[in-house]
Design a protein around this ligand. Structure first.
Ligand code: HEM
Length: 160
């Protein structure tokens, strides 16, 4: 047996005793840390819908001016609209930071903004189907501004 494995063998009981002591002194620490780690890694259902919206949105912005892509762009917008309709049925994480008495009106405001978003997407889809690309470009700018305002109001400030 090498001297290195011998010395690590001697350290193990000490490590065990220290972990036991920490666990006994603050048993909550393990539970809290693992719950926080889970929250950090797992996506919320709303984040999943937002990721879908974000992926399609990148392409929509890139090709909105190109009339030859209108059929494809309109389909991307329809995908965004479906995801936004689903998102309107979900609750943002930030709701947990709102005072209990304020939660209902806060959630109502969130749903209204999401419905306004769905409405804009509907107008964008129609403009693309009708070949009105200049109107579509204006709507894309409006939707971008609406996204920024909505994120400011409904996303947790420490999130992107
Ligand atoms: C073009 C429009 C939009 C785009 C591209 C977009 C994109 C995104 C992205 C990429 C995220 C991060 C998702 C993640 O962390 O995995 C996000 C989060 C979020 N977005 Fe949007 N978004 C848009 C419009 C909106 C609107 C209109 C609202 C509200 C009415 C909204 C509310 C939120 C909220 C609350 C979160 C945080 C997720 C949570 O609390 O679980 N977004 N969005």
């Amino acid at each position: 047996m090498s001297s290195r494995s011998c010395s690590s063998g001697r350290r193990r009981p000490l490590l065990f005793a220290v972990s036991l002591l920490v666990g006994l002194l603050c048993p909550q620490s393990f539970v809290t840390v693992s719950a926080a780690a889970e929250q950090e890694t797992a996506k919320t259902k709303l984040e999943e819908q937002m990721d879908e919206i974000g992926g399609a949105w990148r392409k929509v912005r890139r090709q909105v001016a190109d009339a030859a892509s209108n059929v494809e762009t309109a389909a991307l917008v329809a995908t965004m609209k479906r995801a936004a309709e689903k998102a309107a049925t979900l609750e943002p994480l930030r709701l947990r930071d709102v005072e209990e008495a304020e939660r209902e009106p806060w959630l109502e405001a969130y749903r209204n903004e999401m419905k306004a978003f769905v409405g804009m997407l509907g107008r964008l889809e129609t403009a693309l189907k009708e070949g009105r690309n200049a109107d579509a470009e204006k709507l894309v700018a409006q939707i971008g501004a609406h996204q920024r305002a909505s994120h400011k109001d409904f996303k947790r400030p420490d999130e992107k």
